[in-house]
Design a binder for this molecule. Structure first.
Ligand code: ZN
Ligand code: ZN
Length: 368
């Protein structure tokens, strides 16, 4: 079980406290096969592919099937284990009856409609959406979570350093594969997401997945990569040069670097996340490249690669006031179709007085 700083309260205990604040008798967190299990993992520590949590104010159960009985016992010791019946709803209904729960929270944005209908019929309780309660708890990371992201970034950064010498002549695919291999060898349990390698004019595609194109001399190569440790992700982008580049590409690199620094400087407690976007975007707008920066400046990161808080000008309702312990990326870019592109990205943690880099690969203009 992941504990709060200094082992004060578990994530389960914080959730239980929040439940009573909402006048709920309990909550069900469902992660049936193939659905996101991030919140379930956050509350219980369980990493398998299918389980359900029933959480009452002072007790909690994890329901799973034969495959995961032993694993759930080990990973979720704060939960009482129930091997559920073939029809999960029967086992959940029994627990709800036994504990006299009447108003029960559930994740309306995650539960499939068919399952919701079956539950409504079977449980005879009032099901009330939790409205992002677990996501809210996840916003502020514990020291343990921050360390996991820092370690993931370290593993990813060291892997990159070993891969980027002599890029010329290598295919984008091979660069991505070498990098992913090195991250796994370095201790990553998985890569955070499909590695992006976009060279030459392909750099104008913000999410250009690698192809068979071989890197040439005198162009820019954008590599967006990350590793995963204990379920937590790192996310970082470098844009490297393979020799002197055109004045225009050198210029947009300088603009993006300046914008990224402005965004990083804006990250501190009390600032709204959209202000981080505004700080970076202003630099790119002033340089006349506003229309070539069509995505948000950053996103929160943790058990998911993209989570709140979002530093995005066009996502209403996703703005958060930054607080110490939040993690966020800063990743402005300029993309010129037919010519190439630049993106520079770091992952930061908000501290009491500002921000600290979790990603450590140098971001200045480099010829490799
Ligand atoms: Zn990225
Ligand atoms: Zn990112």
């Amino acid at each position: 079980m992941v504990r709060d700083n200094e082992g004060m309260r578990t994530q389960l205990e914080r959730f239980q406290e929040a439940l009573s604040g909402r006048e709920l008798d309990g909550a069900i967190i469902a992660a049936p096969e193939a659905l996101s299990s991030v919140n379930l993992r956050y509350l219980s520590g369980f990493t398998g592919s299918s389980a359900f949590l029933v959480i009452a104010p002072t007790k909690a159960w994890i329901l799973t099937d034969f495959r995961y009985v032993e694993q759930a016992q080990k990973e979720a010791p704060d939960f009482e284990l129930v091997r559920h019946r073939p029809k999960v709803s029967e086992s959940i209904a029994e627990l709800l009856r036994q504990e006299s729960m009447r108003r029960v929270g559930f994740e309306a944005d995650k539960l499939p409609v068919a399952m919701f209908q079956a539950w409504s019929d079977a449980f005879g309780v009032t099901l009330q959406p939790l409205d992002g309660l677990v996501e809210h708890l996840r916003l502020i990371k514990t020291d343990w979570e921050i360390d996991a992201i820092r370690t993931a970034a370290k593993v990813a950064g060291e892997a990159l350093t070993g891969v980027i010498s002599g890029l010329v002549g290598k295919r984008e695919n091979d660069i991505a594969l070498e990098l992913e291999w090195a991250m796994r060898q370095g201790g990553a349990e998985a890569v955070a997401f499909a590695t992006i390698v976009a060279s030459g004019e392909r750099g104008s595609m913000p999410h250009g997945l690698p192809t068979h194109r071989a890197v040439q001399t005198g162009e820019l190569v954008t590599i967006d990569f990350g590793a995963r440790i204990h379920g937590y992700h790192s996310d970082e982008t470098v844009t490297l040069a393979t020799g002197p580049v055109s004045d225009e590409l050198a210029h947009i690199f300088a603009v993006v670097a300046k914008a990224q620094k402005a965004g990083v400087r804006a990250v501190r407690p009390g600032v709204k996340s959209h202000e981080v976007d505004a700080a970076a975007r202003a630099v790119i707008d002033e340089a006349g490249y506003g229309e070539h920066f069509g995505h948000g400046t950053g996103h929160g990161i943790g058990l998911e690669v993209h989570e709140a808080p979002f530093a995005h000008p066009m996502r209403p309702g996703t703005d958060h006031v930054l607080e110490s312990g939040m993690t966020i990326t800063v990743e402005p870019g300029i993309y010129l179709p037919g010519k190439g592109g630049v993106r520079i990205e770091d992952t930061l943690v908000v501290t009491d007085t500002g921000a600290e880099y979790l990603t450590r690969v140098p971001k200045e203009f480099r010829i490799v």
